[in-house]
Write a protein that binds this ligand. Structure first.
Ligand code: MLT
Length: 254
């Protein structure tokens, strides 16, 4: 692994640090509302573009979730942040669970949103392979359009969908393909949940069909110091679909 640092936005606050890991196939812009809220309370928000996405698209390719976790640790080193609250939604949650395993000492707390600890089933792995081919042929936007039927709550309006569509459309096929491979091959994190020692908030959109509330309940039951909160009228991308509710939950952790 080389020593390059992820593209990121870091608020200059002196307060507690909050590091954000985004969902697939987006980038750090999906945290804009939460970053603005943290700025208001003087917290030090850091929103990273995971490797292959946004401003980190040109970094050498990696295809393991663990490598994304190590990238985040390197970013904390770069920013001279010792410990942080790590917030991950969906793929960002997979990265956060890997980070908790590999860099436990850097954590102050965890917020796991619309994610799960279990690995891909054989069927899901097959879908990843099909999506890798789809991204190769039709680009990142085709992957987003494929997610549409399941990604959002029926209550979510076109404005939010279009905002995320435009973020997805700006990603490279290469970055998306590498992430699909990393998610397909990710480890089972279930046995590790019992070892998470920091306060953890598990958040799920009530209408999340991709990582449904049952996944969130299972994680919250297995993490010793966890609470579970669900968000009404939100699907799989709850921090963008219901930013006020999500941000309130986040601020309650600081
Ligand atoms: C995400 O939102 O990050 C993805 O839907 C996660 C996944 O495909 O497993």
């Amino acid at each position: 692994m080389n020593g390059q640092v992820l593209a990121h936005e870091a608020a200059p606050g002196a307060g507690p640090s909050v590091l954000f890991a985004h969902a697939f196939p987006f980038d750090r812009r999906m945290w804009n509302r939460q970053m603005a809220a943290l700025r208001e309370v003087g917290a030090r928000g850091v929103a990273a573009d995971l490797r292959g996405f946004g401003g980190s698209a040109d970094m050498p390719r990696i295809t393991r979730i663990d490598d994304h976790a190590d990238d985040l640790a390197r970013l904390l080193d770069h920013l001279e942040i010792d410990r942080t609250l790590l917030v991950g939604v969906s793929m960002g949650g997979y990265v956060a669970l890997s980070f908790a395993r590999r860099h436990a000492g850097r954590l102050q707390g965890l917020l796991l949103a619309d994610t799960k600890a279990t690995p891909d089933t054989a069927e899901a792995r097959g879908m990843r392979d099909a999506n890798i081919q789809k991204a190769k042929a039709h680009g990142a936007i085709a992957i987003f359009e494929g997610m549409l039927p399941k990604a959002f709550s029926p209550s979510t309006g076109d404005e939010v969908k279009n905002e995320l569509r435009s973020i997805a459309a700006s990603q490279t096929a290469d970055g998306v393909m590498a992430a699909l491979q990393a998610m397909r091959d990710r480890e089972d994190s279930t046995s590790q949940l019992a070892r998470i020692a920091v306060p953890t908030l598990v958040v799920v959109g009530e209408d999340d069909l991709i990582t449904p509330p049952s996944d969130a309940q299972a994680m919250a039951r297995s993490i010793p110091n966890a609470t579970l909160q669900s968000i009404a009228r939100a699907g799989h991308l709850s921090n963008v679909e219901q930013p006020e509710q999500f941000t309130k939950m986040l601020l309650s952790m600081l």
